[in-house]
Design a protein around this ligand. Structure first.
Ligand code: HEC
Length: 154
């Protein structure tokens, strides 16, 4: 199943030439951008929405509430820099949600939203964080799984 999906991504890459491969040095996993999205799980397996919700709230992890209003009433502070994420699971397909978390600058170079899975091009990175991504591949998948639950029906 998984190998079939990978083959598809590679075929799209070869035929359309529209995709970019993003292999990096170190421990970073390789992923493929197809169109506006990343169709494959970064960690090779689906994420857990409960864990993703926790990652989104944590200030040293997702810290999404710094910029986004989210349907999480037990958290007091919600930012307004970015769009309200309520219903985002209905607005955007999973592959686009994944790209937004991994590196939103691929979709919008001018965005101020941080890239949660990329090590280069960051400024003033504290020593403890040098060479590290903000989220692990599994945490990226957990956040994506959580965002998918934020549909218009919830
Ligand atoms: C520093 C501010 C900031 C942080 C932190 C941030 N974002 Fe964003 N985000 C934005 C802005 C601004 C946009 C608007 C689109 C753009 O700039 O590309 C956006 C857009 C989005 C979108 C697209 C929404 C739509 O309706 O088009 C999603 C999904 C998203 N963010 C999810 C997240 C998640 C999940 C987190 C936490 C892991 C997060 N963001 C953290 C600023 C931020």
């Amino acid at each position: 199943m998984r190998s079939k999906a990978i083959t598809c991504a590679l075929v799209v890459l070869g035929l359309a030439g529209a995709a970019a491969s993003d292999a990096r040095a170190g421990d970073l996993v390789e992923f493929f951008v197809v169109g506006n999205g990343i169709p494959e799980y970064l960690s090779g397996q689906p994420g857990d929405p409960e864990r993703g919700r926790a990652v989104a709230i944590q200030r040293k992890k997702g810290n999404c509430l710094a910029c986004h209003k989210m349907p999480i009433p037990d958290q007091q502070y919600h930012g307004e820099v970015g769009p309200d994420l309520a219903g985002v699971g209905s607005r955007m397909p999973e592959s686009e949600l994944r790209l937004r978390i991994v590196n939103p600058k691929i979709a919008n170079p001018a965005t101020m939203m941080p890239a949660f899975y990329r090590v280069d091009g960051l400024h003033r990175v504290g020593k403890a964080f040098q060479g590290k991504t903000i989220l692990t591949p599994q945490e990226v998948e957990d956040v994506v799984a959580y965002l998918k639950t934020l549909t218009d029906d919830t």
